[in-house]
Design a protein around this ligand. Structure first.
Ligand code: 6R9
Length: 650
């Protein structure tokens, strides 16, 4: 039997979904009349400029269309609708800068900023269907820029500010962006880090002829090169623009954004999301999973460079008319009490973060008692959330006891860049919680566990996580690569089910889902998705590297860490020479992809363990990375002696 924690009855009493019976009723509605269910929700929760008459079009599966003859505008739904409801004077964003300075904007002010920027973008000739890349850090301006793109029907593609010039270049070229919006520099942990100069570097790599303009938000005033007439200061662009901007009414299927994520090959996938279905699900999950209420102060600590920042910073909270904190800094600066201090300072009531952050703050408390949450007034909190990777029961319990003071339900939300919003999660007022389990699918999400032939497996037996029916906020395609979309997510053997790429198991008694981790070559390091092939390609691009294999190694803080096995074109170095070269390769990977992709560990070998047909046996490398000895059958191995050499860490 699993240990369960019940939602507090005081929470349930006011919750959007107050009990399991209400949850089951919604699930039953979806089962009974799938299109009726989604159609009703889409009519009730969004403002349509042209109402839709069709809910779901499956005629060209797996390229599903939702509400496709309807028209709407996402920014209108997030901003104008809040003004119409009388929320204009309500605080939309409380911006907590790295240095603790606070800036607030109301819905009225946010609306005006978005309109001015949208008009500015239009003045540059940017409009419906154009792609705009954002390379920015956490700021009000980043949210404004995304919303401004949505307002004029331009498709944004946000690239995380920690990615290198090369990674940025690859995304700009693939998206065919007409403009890049960036900042002079970013401020994190008291340090200034470059942004604009990296954009310059990326554009100088060539092949970016589509880019006509670079728009620069002045964050620090740090000196940047100005290429005229290409580069424009954001404040100059917005100067004198009207704060009225007629939205571009787009079809529900119009691409709202492309967000690159890692897959099993070296090339990142441009996950394309639609407008109507995506916004519907962010709006509904704000109500159901976050149980958002008018007086809440909501804080999601994600970066806008990831999907969590898209759905649960830029779009979800605004479409819900919520007040949210947006944080520029890092959890450990000026000390590891920053999260708790910020919750106290802004009276945060809903807090959404990643297990890796929780684990690192648990560790910080062990060495510095001052930063323990008990030293802060966290009484404003009523709901806690977790996202990005499995949360281990120890971290869950610490979060529950020390941060939530056993008063706040925890929503362990399983979802992906591709799913657009939450898929499997407890409902805070209804679902009995089990630490380490994301519990049950949201109503209308037909998640299941199957074997490799697509057959259901019984509860208690692990298998492959799939979703059996399309849902409104799902990925529409991979930008520029429809064939890869079909092959990655709708492989033939699964008979039309969406393949999530994770393994999972359901509890025998409760049917609760537990995610057991990726089943493909994707790593999850501190909640960041990294493709092993991407890192391998970066390593072999180094002039001394002949071959590389990258595997994940379990890590108590970051979930997984990156371990690279490297074969050189020259003799294998040892001792200090090996350490120096390992350091050089780590810096190299940071330059090729970004610091988040740096291998924690590099081991040199004369070769890699291979089958007689030349396949690298990653399974064995994973065992070696863990520091365990290989007990498996290695008879199919071409070169078993190599294992001993690779077993030695530096
Ligand atoms: C939202 C986001 C997706 C991958 C996903 C899975 C892992 C995310 C999880 C979780 C267990 C959770 N993941 N949330 N695993 N429990 N609550 O993180 O999107 O960056 O695309 O990563 O993250 O492996 O497949 P993304």
């Amino acid at each position: 039997m699993q240990t369960t924690f019940l939602p507090p009855s005081s929470f349930s009493a006011n919750a959007a979904i107050p009990d399991m019976a209400s949850y089951e009723a919604l699930c039953a509605f979806a089962e009974r009349d799938y299109e009726g269910y989604w159609g009703k929700l889409a009519r009730e929760n969004l403002s349509w400029h042209v109402p839709f008459t069709r809910v779901l079009d499956e005629s060209n599966a797996p390229f599903f269309k939702w509400f496709d003859d309807g028209k709407l505008n996402v920014s209108y739904n997030c901003l104008d609708r809040n003004l119409e409801k009388g929320n204009g004077g309500k605080t939309a964003i409380i911006f907590e800068a790295d240095d603790g300075a606070v800036t607030r904007v109301t819905y009225q002010e946010l609306h005006a900023k978005v309109c001015r920027m949208a008009n500015g973008l239009r003045s540059l000739g940017i409009g419906k269907g154009d792609r705009v890349v954002l390379y920015m850090s956490m700021s009000i301006e980043a949210v404004v820029a995304m919303q401004a793109c949505a307002r004029i029907g331009a498709t944004h593609s946000v690239v995380f500010g920690g990615f290198s010039a090369r990674a940025l270049h690859e995304r700009i070229v693939d998206a065919g962006a007409v403009a890049v919006i960036t900042a002079d520099e970013q401020l994190r942990g008291g340090k200034r880090l470059p942004l604009k100069s990296i954009v310059d570097e990326a554009l100088a790599l060539g092949g970016c002829d589509s880019v006509r303009n670079v728009i620069v938000y002045q964050r620090t005033g740090g000196g940047v090169t100005h290429v005229s007439p290409r580069d424009i200061w954001l404040h100059d662009l917005m100067e004198g623009q009207s704060d009225v901007c007629e939205p571009e009414w787009v079809e529900a299927e119009h691409p709202l954004f492309i967000l690159y994520t890692s897959g099993s090959t070296g090339k990142p996938k441009g996950v394309q999301h639609a407008s109507g279905g995506y916004l519907l699900w962010t709006a509904l999950t704000m109500q159901w999973t976050f149980d958002i209420k008018p007086d809440d102060v909501y804080w999601c600590t994600a970066d806008i460079g990831w999907v969590t920042g898209h759905s649960y910073i830029t779009y979800g909270p605004t479409v819900a008319g919520a007040t949210q904190v947006i944080f520029e800094g890092v959890p450990t600066w000026p000390d590891a009490g920053r999260f708790w201090e910020t919750i106290e300072k802004h009276k945060v009531s809903i807090f959404y973060t990643a297990p890796t952050a929780i684990r690192s703050l648990i560790k910080a408390c062990e060495t510095d008692a001052q930063v323990h949450p008990k030293n802060y007034d966290l009484s404003s909190l009523r709901l806690l959330g977790s996202v990005g990777e499995p949360i281990n029961p120890e971290a869950w319990l610490w979060y529950y006891r020390n941060v939530g003071q056993e008063r706040c339900p925890i929503i362990d939300t399983f979802w992906q860049t591709e799913t657009g919003g939450h898929m499997i999660t407890p409902l805070p007022g209804a679902t009995p919680m089990v630490p380490g389990s994301c519990t049950l699918p949201l109503p209308g999400i037909m998640a299941a566990i199957v074997d490799e032939a697509g057959q259901d497996v019984p509860n208690g037996q692990g298998g492959i996580l799939v979703v059996k029916r399309p849902w409104p906020s799902m990925i529409r395609t991979i930008w520029n690569d429809a064939a890869r979309f079909r092959a990655s997510y709708f492989p033939e053997e699964l008979g039309g089910y969406y393949l999530a790429g994770d393994g999972a198991i359901r509890n025998k008694d409760t049917g609760y889902f537990t995610i057991t981790g990726r089943i493909d070559d994707v790593l999850n390091v501190s909640g960041h998705r990294m493709g092993t092939m991407e890192i391998e390609s970066a390593l072999v691009a180094h002039p001394l590297v002949a071959e590389a294999a990258v595997v994940g190694k379990p890590d108590a803080t970051t979930g997984e860490s990156i371990c690279a096995f490297v074969v050189l074109k020259q003799a294998r170095p040892e001792g200090d020479a090996a350490r120096a070269l390992a350091a050089e390769l780590r810096t190299w990977v940071a330059k090729e992809i970004g610091p988040i992709a740096k291998p924690k560990e590099i081991r040199f070998g004369d070769n890699l363990p291979k089958t007689r047909s030349g396949k690298i046996m990653r399974r064995l490398l994973r065992v070696l990375a863990k520091g365990e000895s290989v007990t498996q059958d290695v008879s199919t191995l071409e070169n078993p002696a190599i294992l001993e050499q690779l077993a030695k860490a530096l």
